[in-house]
Design a protein around this ligand. Structure first.
Ligand SMILES: C[S@@+](CC[C@H](N)C(=O)[O-])C[C@H]1O[C@@H](n2cnc3c(N)ncnc32)[C@H](O)[C@@H]1O
Length: 224
């Protein structure tokens, strides 16, 4: 099974003016166990500049904005019912440069990327977060939410994750499919793909990680 789990896998040409949102991407400053991989001095704007150089874009031709906020704060990202073709947002999308929260993007986003994010939270918060992201997704067929996180064969807590003694609540491919297809979206409204892959921990956490393999759930949720 091929699961679209990286932005390079996304069929961008399918949309005329796609909006892409990456969630859980701010600096990890203040989370000591992850300082190795995310130095405090990292400025997201520098990544944007590098991206423009690499892809020969400009802030005008390819606006990139950073919208800081707590994904669990409704003033930043409120849970709303996923949009359908019948109640698709109309009119032009908001000017990305004017955003002070993610809420104006409700029903507007073509692709949402959540990498190494869900496993930071317990089971209930993961469901809440999934519902919150679903409210941002455009109802257009093919729109998708995708990502990866630590995963397990049977859903539950695992000590396998990052940062030594931490126990993480992790989904299995089966339980993750059930979350999206039925609990978040109406059953059958999305195609969910999820599989476990074994990766070297250093590819997940950075160069200083011990030589060890971790089980990663890679997944995508695509509007039918
Ligand atoms: C392990 S890092 C993953 C970074 C990046 N997505 C990646 O794949 O490399 C987790 C990220 O989640 C962010 N984060 C943690 N809790 C958050 C919250 N409640 N709202 C928004 N972001 C949060 C942290 O700031 C951090 O950038």
């Amino acid at each position: 099974m091929h699961v679209r789990s990286s932005p390079t896998d996304i069929p961008w040409k399918m949309w005329s003016h796609p909006i892409y949102t990456k969630v859980g991407s701010s600096s990890c400053a203040g989370k000591p166990s992850w300082e190795r991989s995310f130095p405090r001095s990292t400025h997201l704007a520098e990544f944007a500049d590098l991206g423009h150089k690499l892809f020969r874009t400009t802030p005008e031709t390819y606006p990139i904005v950073f919208v800081p906020g707590d994904a669990f704060d409704p003033k930043h990202l409120e849970v709303v019912q996923p949009f359908t073709a019948a109640d698709a947002p109309s009119g032009p999308a908001p000017d990305l440069r004017s955003l002070t929260s993610l809420n104006p993007l409700r029903g507007r986003v073509s692709a949402i990327h959540a990498s190494s994010f869900f496993h930071l939270f317990g089971e209930e918060k993961q469901l809440y977060l999934a519902r919150a992201l679903a409210g941002l997704l455009s109802p257009e067929p093919g729109s998708m939410i995708f990502g990866m996180q630590i995963g397990v064969a049977e859903k539950g807590f695992t000590a396998l994750g990052m940062g030594g003694d931490h126990r993480l609540f992790c989904h299995s491919p089966e339980s993750w499919v059930q979350v999206w297809d039925g609990l978040v979206f109406e059953k059958g409204a999305v195609v969910v793909q999820a599989k476990l892959v074994q990766v070297e921990r250093k590819h997940f956490e950075g160069g200083g990680a011990p030589a060890q393999r971790v089980s990663v759930l890679v997944w995508s949720v695509t509007r039918s």
